[in-house]
Design a protein around this ligand. Structure first.
Ligand SMILES: [Zn+2]
Length: 57
Protein backbone atom coordinates (compact mmCIF):
# COMPACT_ATOMS: atom_id res chain seq x y z
CA UNK A 1 0.00 0.00 0.00
CA UNK A 2 1.31 3.41 -0.88
CA UNK A 3 1.20 5.98 1.85
CA UNK A 4 1.60 9.73 1.93
CA UNK A 5 5.24 10.59 2.06
CA UNK A 6 5.42 12.49 5.30
CA UNK A 7 2.55 10.92 7.15
CA UNK A 8 3.55 8.87 10.16
CA UNK A 9 4.23 5.39 8.92
CA UNK A 10 4.70 1.99 10.33
CA UNK A 11 7.12 -0.35 8.67
CA UNK A 12 6.18 -3.97 9.17
CA UNK A 13 7.28 -7.16 7.53
CA UNK A 14 4.15 -7.19 5.44
CA UNK A 15 4.53 -3.63 4.20
CA UNK A 16 4.34 0.03 5.11
CA UNK A 17 1.17 1.51 6.51
CA UNK A 18 -0.14 4.75 7.88
CA UNK A 19 0.40 4.73 11.57
CA UNK A 20 -3.24 5.40 12.26
CA UNK A 21 -4.41 2.66 9.93
CA UNK A 22 -1.96 0.21 11.40
CA UNK A 23 -2.94 0.99 14.97
CA UNK A 24 -6.63 0.64 14.13
CA UNK A 25 -6.03 -2.68 12.43
CA UNK A 26 -3.79 -3.93 15.20
CA UNK A 27 -6.17 -2.93 17.92
CA UNK A 28 -9.05 -4.61 16.14
CA UNK A 29 -7.05 -7.77 15.83
CA UNK A 30 -5.15 -7.98 19.09
CA UNK A 31 -7.18 -5.78 21.42
CA UNK A 32 -4.27 -3.55 22.34
CA UNK A 33 -2.00 -0.94 20.85
CA UNK A 34 1.07 -2.07 18.95
CA UNK A 35 4.56 -1.51 20.27
CA UNK A 36 6.16 0.96 17.87
CA UNK A 37 9.79 1.91 17.80
CA UNK A 38 10.39 5.46 16.61
CA UNK A 39 13.19 6.93 14.61
CA UNK A 40 14.33 3.93 12.64
CA UNK A 41 16.93 4.75 10.02
CA UNK A 42 17.02 8.29 11.29
CA UNK A 43 13.59 8.76 9.86
CA UNK A 44 11.38 10.45 12.37
CA UNK A 45 8.03 9.80 10.81
CA UNK A 46 8.73 6.13 10.40
CA UNK A 47 8.06 3.64 13.10
CA UNK A 48 9.07 0.06 13.24
CA UNK A 49 6.70 -2.41 14.75
CA UNK A 50 7.88 -5.04 17.11
CA UNK A 51 6.45 -7.96 15.23
CA UNK A 52 3.89 -10.13 16.86
CA UNK A 53 3.30 -13.61 15.69
CA UNK A 54 -0.17 -14.82 15.15
CA UNK A 55 -1.42 -15.66 18.60
CA UNK A 56 -0.01 -19.02 19.59
CA UNK A 57 3.73 -18.58 19.10
ZN1 LIG B 1 -4.12 4.88 5.63
Amino acid sequence: MLVARYAPQVVAITGTYHRECYEAWYFGRFGRRPTLLAGTNGDRHRFQVREVRDKAA
